[in-house]
Design a protein around this ligand. Structure first.
Ligand code: PGA
Length: 254
């Protein structure tokens, strides 16, 4: 695992102001678990409120538009989420690729916009079950990343994280084996070194996402080249999310 694991909660389309108490509890927990970098990506409507409440955790957005401003009804730009307090943006999540037809080309231009706005990126990738069953998961994921990642990025090692999220593991309670996670993360690491060079390529954190829970976090986080987790369902309560953060902190003590 990376020197300081990165555990990120993706609230998806969940949460009204009533959920700010969970964010506060997560923040208090994170203050006691400083070995772990903890962050939350609430819906856009809560970014500013979570940012104001949070003393320790980072706050990010789940998406943004590729343009900085303009006539795009209903959209929000990287500059806007930054203004609300976001420090990073999750891009290319499979739910956006599926629900909104986002292509890797679009994801790449969004990533460029987020970097240009001075924010960090968590770029998601992952295969369908059919692709895995056909033995093509690594080829698919590395292609998807090649097409989604911008190539010219300053300080890419600290500003980019990649999240490997097999689509069939998201919200299903199923996870790949630890061996499969390690094999995929090693393949992603090799690609990042090829794209960004030895130093930056080695620094970029590769998160695992897909049905991470307090009881499976330790074994998934211990796998080769796993630098943290992107957590959906289990990030919605402080109790389960902090269970994952504690598992990551305990691994640091080993
Ligand atoms: P899950 O979602 O933890 O609910 O499986 C993960 C994600 O989609 O980021």
């Amino acid at each position: 695992m990376a020197e300081r694991p990165f555990i990120v909660g993706n609230w998806k389309m969940n949460g009204t102001r009533a959920m700010l108490s969970e964010a506060r509890a997560i923040d208090r927990g994170a203050q006691r678990l400083m070995k772990v970098e903890v962050a939350l990506a609430p819906p856009h409507t809560l970014i500013h409120a979570v940012h104001r409440e949070a003393e320790q955790i980072g706050v990010g957005a789940q998406d943004c538009h590729a343009e900085p401003d303009g006539a795009h009804t209903g959209d929000v730009s990287a500059t806007m989420v930054a203004d609300a307090g976001a420090k990073f943006v999750i891009l290319g999540h499979s739910e956006r690729r599926q629900d909104h037809g986002e292509t890797s080309k679009l994801v790449r231009s969004k990533a460029q916009a987020v970097f240009d706005a001075g924010l960090k990126v968590i770029l998601c990738c992952g295969e369908t079950e059919e692709t895995r069953d056909a033995g093509k998961a690594e080829a698919f994921v590395t292609r998807q990343l090649r097409d989604s990642l911008p190539t010219e990025v300053e300080q890419v090692g600290e500003r980019l994280s990649v999240a490997y999220e097999p689509i069939w593991a998201i919200g299903t309670g199923r996870t790949p084996t630890v061996e499969d996670v390690a094999a995929m993360h090693n393949a992603i690491r090799a690609l990042l070194v090829e794209l960004y060079g030895e130093e930056d390529g080695a620094e970029i954190r590769i998160l695992y996402g897909g049905s991470v829970k307090p009881d499976n976090a330790a074994e998934l986080l211990a796998a080769d080249n796993v630098g943290g987790a992107l957590v959906g369902g289990a990030s919605l309560t402080a109790e389960s999310f902090l269970g994952i953060v504690i598992a990551a902190a305990e691994l640091q003590d080993r």
